[in-house]
Design a protein around this ligand. Structure first.
Ligand code: URA
Length: 433
């Protein structure tokens, strides 16, 4: 195979064979293909796209480039979830114990965050003592006994995707649906679960800004799942404003605890219950979605869900007292109130700007090696549809930095107001299966 021929073929919109795609990925990982040729190829994919078979072949080539998690010694149907990423998305912290409380096993591998806030692993590490590195025996053992475990992604999971993603990042080829879909699904397939529920976010704080794009990405990932024999459902959910009230790490853990106690915000509670319902139906615990939804809501009301979260924290070495005393979570030195300059209804909140503000406060990483300040973040006192009077508190910035000027300005810019009450936000846009 000559790489120049592959670039030429894709440039002309022709489909590549399974062997050609496997060779491109393998040779790139082995440094036999230089970055400049791979960049040209990625740009050709960006403009010409890929058909379903090519996308599945690319996904499998990523999976085959590294370790595959063997979950066959776990009893039952293993279910996994993935979010395409959003601001204030703490739903994995809620869904893992909620699903596990029904007996459906969740063996979760999760990445660290790069961007607005930490990922699920970072958020959990804000709980004193919580271990996110477990031996394989402990991981499998915990899932068999407790129906849940969460660890950081192994370093050698889909190394080809990692290398290609880094190149996409600097060649303006991230926002290609075939490339995003194969990248996300390769990590899910290599993680080993039997069934996958995808939360595809849409709106100002998401990769996908329009519902049409989000549905296309969702459909592409569901098709990959089908081709590679994993039952996959994608739910397109709202990210037009930050999810819930807390954006950060420790404060998101506190809010996840609230959701599991039945005191969460409506948007995140609805989305968490929806995703968990699909997972438990796929996992065989309930006969249909409606039954699952009401049974899971009952587990929140009865206290079973929060007890399961306590169990998760305890078995992974964390201080479970945070559940009853969230004041034990890391707290920042400064709390700065951002007040409304005008009265009216909150008509929109640019989630992206809130996310960047949280990152500037220390809650996220700009670069891979940056450290996260678990105590930093934003508490959203007002959300879309709320009435505000000039002088009301919109947000509270939590930080250990003295200078929060830039973050404060971003928050002010993120809010829009109107005299008319905005239409209610739809939390679930579409289910793709
Ligand atoms: N998340 C991923 O894992 N890969 C992409 O390409 C985009 C988002």
């Amino acid at each position: 195979m000559r790489m120049v021929d592959m670039i030429q073929k894709k440039k002309q919109g022709e489909a590549l064979s399974t062997d050609e795609i496997a060779a491109i990925v393998e040779d790139y990982v082995k440094d036999k293909i230089p970055d400049y040729q791979m960049s040209a190829f990625l740009m050709a994919v960006f403009f010409k796209g890929m058909n379903k078979k090519e996308i599945a072949d690319l996904t499998l080539a990523f999976v085959n480039s590294g370790d595959k998690n063997d979950l066959s010694s776990i009893h039952g149907i293993k279910v996994d979830k993935h979010s395409s990423g959003g601001v204030g998305d703490k739903l994995s912290l809620v869904i893992i114990p909620l699903v596990a409380s029904t007996g459906v096993p969740v063996a979760k591998m999760s990445g660290r965050g790069l961007g607005h806030t930490g990922g699920t692993i970072d958020k959990l590490e804000s709980i004193e003592g919580f271990r996110t590195v477990l031996s394989r025996e402990e991981f499998i053992g915990n899932v068999n006994v407790h129906k849940m475990a969460i660890v950081g992604q192994s370093a050698n999971l889909t190394p080809a995707d990692k290398k290609i993603y880094a190149l996409r990042d600097v060649t303006a080829t991230v926002d290609s649906i075939p490339l995003i879909a194969s990248s996300i699904m390769s990590k899910k397939i290599a993680s080993g679960a039997d069934c996958i529920v995808l939360d595809v976010k849409v709106g100002s704080g998401a990769f996908m800004k329009s519902t049409a794009e989000a549905v296309e990405l969702a459909g592409t990932m569901v098709d990959i799942g089908k081709s590679l024999h994993r039952e996959t459902i994608a739910v397109v959910t709202d990210m037009s404003q930050p999810l819930g009230h807390e954006v950060g790490n420790a404060n998101e853990v506190k809010e996840a605890i609230e959701i599991l106690k039945g005191k969460g915000a409506e948007d995140e509670t609805t989305i968490a219950l929806t995703l968990a319902s699909h997972m438990t139906v796929l996992g065989g615990a309930f006969k249909d979605f409606d039954t699952a939804y009401s049974e899971l809501a009952q587990r929140i009301r009865s206290g079973a869900a929060i007890e399961k979260f306590k169990e998760l924290v305890r078995i992974q070495g964390g201080d479970a007292r945070v559940v009853d005393n969230p004041g034990l979570l890391p707290q920042s030195k400064y709390h700065l109130e951002i007040k409304a300059r005008e009265s009216g209804y909150v008509s929109a909140i640019d989630a992206e700007k809130v996310g960047v503000a949280a990152m500037l406060l220390g809650a996220g990483r700009k670069k891979k090696d940056d450290t996260i300040d678990f105590a930093a973040g934003v508490s959203m006192e007002k959300k879309v549809g709320d009435v505000v009077k000039a002088g009301d508190i919109l947000c509270i910035l939590h930080s250990n930095l003295e200078n929060t000027l830039q973050a404060g300005q971003l928050i002010k810019d993120a809010y829009s107001f109107s005299d008319l009450k905005p239409a209610p936000i739809k939390y679930i846009h579409q289910v793709v299966r």
